[in-house]
Design a protein around this ligand. Sequence first.
Ligand code: FAD
Length: 490
Amino acid sequence: MKDAIVIGAGIAGIASAIRLAVKGYRVTVYEVNAYPGGKLSEILEDGYRFDAGPSLFTMPQYVDELFQLTGKNPGSYGFEYKRLDVLCNYFYPDGTRIKAWSQPEKFAAEIAAKTTDSAESVSKFLAKSRRIYCVTNHVFLEKSLHRLKTYLSVHTLKSVLRIAEIDSMRSMNQANESLFKDEKTIQLFNRYATYNGSNPYKAPATLNVIPHLEYHYGAYFPLDGMNSITSSLIKLAEDCGVKFLYNSPVNEIVVKSRAVEGVRVHNDFHSASIVVSNMDVWFTYKKLLPKIKAPTRTLNQERSSSALIFYWGINSEFPKLDLHNIFFSANYKAEFETIWGHKTIYSDPTVYLNISSKYKQDDAPPGCENWFVMINVPSNQGQNWDELIATAKQNILRKLSLALNTELGPLIQTESILDPRTIESRTSSYQGALYGTSSNSRFAAFLRHPNFLRGIKGLYFAGGSVHPGGGIPLALLSAKIVGDMVSSAD
Ligand code: FAD
């Protein structure tokens, strides 16, 4: 039996391990932390449970596929989910509230009722979003962009013939301003750029593909919380024979005669013919491959935005809030200029409030709610975070208290904080970026690091910092691409 080693038990590391085990490899995963999941983990505090990172679950079929591959039933591993009727509740500074119904016609009617835009303009937008998905999906997401084979398929040829439809020559905001009249509708759709940590005023309108994923494929809630994606896949991997070793930092990938030989953990050598790095690619080169010439241009791509999150145990209940809630800033453009231009936190930030106890009651004590309060912030470049966080907390509390007509400060029972520094140190994500590199350039898809290293046999990369990008669905697709490459190399 051949040995394979995976560095990191993030979601892409776990998925890669399952795929390699199914192919017959004896797989060991080395994880530096004492727990699995990386960004997709949980925090338990004073009777509250919080999902630490991702809160929005889309494209569950990529998780299901791992169970199907192994012939197992996800339900018996604690992985079940339900489709959401309401994707998000939007609160605007002037008191307007828009419910983003998952059913496109109902959502279009809501936009027509609450803004000066028509239901037809929403349908037109969603049809366009669908077309971008059809052109980009097979080529940009499901295949390596860095192998000749990808460009020799019928799918690719069809996509190339329709390339103008992906709308890459103007920004997302320009496209949205050309279709909608109302600032509220434009702000709502511009927000989708933040789904991969980008700036709607710079990112190509190709990112308008993202709403199609929600309005067509749906958004979901795992019944046992987001962390059940990690915990169920860990059990599945273990049942496939994968061995997870925690508190085990890999400190070198050993390469000889242009092939991987294994890794060093605590300076002990472990041999393998396949090594998959799920560690952020920037740190993989800097820390594990110091003798290999790093692809500087690729590694120096602008990173995605980071986040500041307050996990608050709230001693009250708010019936007008749902699972996903957004409280918009009054000036979205100024907010993004502050984050991306001035690399600091905006004084009136758009606040995302996720409350999983709305759907999973035991996530908070009776009569209480578990609030995950997040704002977009720049990646870590040595800012004075302590000072910025203290100010941001006051601004967020003032904003939410006003919108909810309740003094929130006295209701906070417990508090934990995650910021760009701790995201960087706990998950080895360079600069604390949530999604690897940003998609602010129209060439971003091509400039992401490939899932392999040309000229080094047996070395692969999976995770949000490499092709096809960040977020749970894409991280899972990176593992799928790695699995396919290993098969064709066998
Ligand atoms: P990571 O989760 O980054 O895991 C990498 C693992 O490698 C870590 O466990 C780390 O400890 C380990 N490691 C690193 N170096 C070593 C080493 N030398 N030796 C051993 N182990 C090592 N995505 C969504 O789809 N929906 C969302 O709503 C969403 N919201 C987010 C909110 C936040 C606050 C954050 C932080 C992320 C969010 N994301 C969201 C993005 C998503 O979480 C990530 O894209 C995805 O989880 C990345 O998974 P990964 O496998 O690339 O690696």
